[in-house]
Design a binder for this molecule. Sequence first.
Ligand code: NAD
Length: 494
Amino acid sequence: MKDWKTSAAELYDGSFRPMFIGGNWVEARSGQTMNATNPADGSLLATVPQGDAADIDAAVAAARKTFEGPWAKWTPFERQALLLRIAERFEAEWEDLCLSDTLDMGMPIQRTLGNSRRVLGMLRFYAGQAVSIHGQTIPNSFPGEIYSSTMREPIGVVGAIIPWNAPIAGSVWKIAPAIATGCTVVLKPSEEASLTVLMIARLMQEAGLPEGVLNIVTGTGAEAGAALAEHPGVDKIVFTGSTATGQAIARAATGNLKRVSLELGGKSPVIVCRDADMDKAVPVAAMSVFANSGQICIAGSRLFVAREIHDEFVQRVADYAAGLKIGHGVDPDTDIGPIISARQAERIQGYLSAGPAEGAEIVTGGGRATGTGLDEGHFFHPTVFGGVTDEMSIAREEIFGPVISALPFDTLDEVVTRANATPYGLAAGIFTTHLGTAHKLANRIKAGSVWVNMYHAIDPAVPFGGVKMSGYGREGGTEHMEEYLDTKAIWINA
Ligand code: NAD
């Protein structure tokens, strides 16, 4: 088996990693840098540029020049071939890419190696989409005299802003459709996790990505992110992150009326009916939250369980949680890695205190995990709260940590109403062995994705996104291509 710890020391040695603008690896114009640290132990992995508005200006100019220049001449077949070459390059460097993510944001290596692998499928899916872009010939009111048709055009320069919780998938899901459609991109990764995104840019460059198609500006949200969101040279913003930041970005985008797609937060319900197959449902319901230490937008953090089976089911989820191994992501046995930052750990701690204060009882967990190897990072025991009511803050607000709130229910009508009583609408899970119940609930739950007797499935060919305050726009599927394309009508008087 690969020795991940030795490889980790070889991958990042604390040195400076430049950002990527116009095909060049550069410092910030201000010369400022930020530290990239390992959340498992606080060690310095590298320093990266702290880009600001001046760097965003340079990156947007490079993206615009390429969009209007040589990139516009690339055929769909050439863009397709590029995406396929990138997939091959990623595959060749897959272990280093995953290790980089594990070091940079803490995701356990086994999860990165398995779960993130869907990005290879993504690249190949968008390679197929690149050669499937077409308009229509439309019969009009002047048959035989005037011909009308539509053509699809790339929207232009796309500003992409992503969070830290899944840098490989998060960045590729923004970049691949841009390449497929012929757009160019300025991407700002999270200040908490820039390194893997820089590695992705290097691999894409090695695969033959022309200069200016992808530009990466590392920096903070307040400086580089805000500058990108309001930049008049950007035609579209694709954003993944919190609802509050999404709202700020939507406001900033009004200056030049750039279009916006938002993949935001959630407080997703998992509904376990009394006829559910408990053996199958327990681990899935638990990992719907505990995977990636709860730092997942689709976390099924409100666990509604039919009253008849509530106590047994919740106890089994708690027992499962208590058996999960907490540790550094580079340990192949680790199930639960560190929380990204002290700020995020404080937030989680706040909810762990608020739960009991508001009357919830701790079934398992409830605090930090400490001890050998854990004291330098921010580790938490997976926590299950029982005795929760819908009004409690732990049942209403996104925690983004390993915390489940268990809530009993009596009837299907009641659980639908309660599950929908949230500003969010990202995802939902249903566990039942009754087909009719599955249909009824799946139809009535307001969410962008509903999984029945499963959770977490995300596929490049299937649209993913939210409703209500979980955002708008879709990633994945043919819908995703629409986010990067404009329609032009052409009239010809023959
Ligand atoms: P965040 O909103 O704090 O930051 C996301 C990105 O936005 C970062 O790159 C940040 O630097 C940038 N940013 C911050 N302020 C900005 C501003 N004013 N203008 C422009 N950019 C700005 O989110 P986070 O803490 O990094 O990630 C966690 C959140 O992301 C959670 O709410 C989670 O649900 C959400 N998320 C959603 C999805 C999804 O697909 N729906 C996926 C992953 C994460």
